[in-house]
Design a binder for this molecule. Structure first.
Ligand code: MG
Length: 246
């Protein structure tokens, strides 16, 4: 897909921060329409991909779907940030995420909880599981809290459990990136479709929940700056962009 990028320099004045699966990716026609709209604008729109995937998996998706290379890439549910022309890992964020993080204690706490199976990941910057419905996830959450193991608990799509370092998550990572690279008063849109997008949808910038969103986002109360699209995936992002910025 064609889209002219030119936002790798500080400071960004227009930015789309979007989840990938089920949000930016999922409706090719809608995505083409969105990128065409962005291409027609005088002021370029920087792309920040904010995904639950690990880096290699995100790179694979970007390649397979022919997505524009992002200006900033946030992976592993906000536990890793990659910036610059070569998308190098941001060491400051990495350091912040490793403080107090005890992945072995998280794995230990999960032992013996029926209905939880650990996801196979290349590293332990997060510890993730598949949960057979919400009950096993909740049992883990209670254990972690009961044993005072520092963590952030994220449950998505009725199945995915991500245990992150304290202060992790898509919302916190995005807040960090905005503080580093984005001008005050910039036009920003945040887009998502599932539970791990919740915190970034609520950080206080204009946000869109696409129409195909998971039921766990239905319970977010209506609020100013939160747009519920009638279209799925990228078409819903375009609908919201036009709503907020024309
Ligand atoms: Mg998604």
């Amino acid at each position: 897909m064609t889209y002219t990028r030119c936002c790798t320099v500080r400071k960004i004045r227009r930015l789309l921060a979007t989840d990938l699966d089920g949000t930016f990716v999922g409706d090719e026609d809608g995505l083409r329409e969105l990128l065409r709209h962005y291409d027609s604008l005088q002021e370029p729109v920087a792309l920040v991909y904010v995904t639950g995937r690990h880096r290699k998996s995100a790179d694979g998706l970007i390649r397979e779907e022919g997505l524009p290379a992002p200006d900033i890439l946030i992976t592993d549910v906000g536990t890793a940030v990659f910036t610059g022309p070569g998308l190098e890992e941001d060491e400051v964020w990495k350091e912040k995420m490793s403080g107090g993080w005890r992945p072995d204690a998280v794995a230990e706490a999960a032992r013996g909880i029926p209905g939880l199976s650990r996801q196979d990941l290349p590293d332990d910057r997060r510890v993730s599981f598949y949960s057979d419905g919400p009950a096993p996830a909740e049992a883990l959450h209670e254990r972690l809290s009961g044993e005072s193991i520092p963590h952030t608990f994220i449950f998505s799509s009725g199945r995915d459990v991500d245990i992150l370092p304290e202060g992790g998550g898509k919302g916190e990572a995005l807040r960090y990136v905005l503080g580093q690279y984005v001008e005050a008063g910039a036009e920003i849109l945040v887009a998502g479709d599932s539970g791990n997008d919740r915190d970034m949808l609520l950080i206080g910038h204009p946000a869109v929940i696409v129409s195909n969103a998971q039921p766990e986002l239905a319970e977010i109360a209506a609020r100013e700056g939160l747009f519920r699209a009638t279209r799925p995936c990228a078409g819903g992002i375009l609908e919201a962009w036009r709503h907020f910025y024309g």
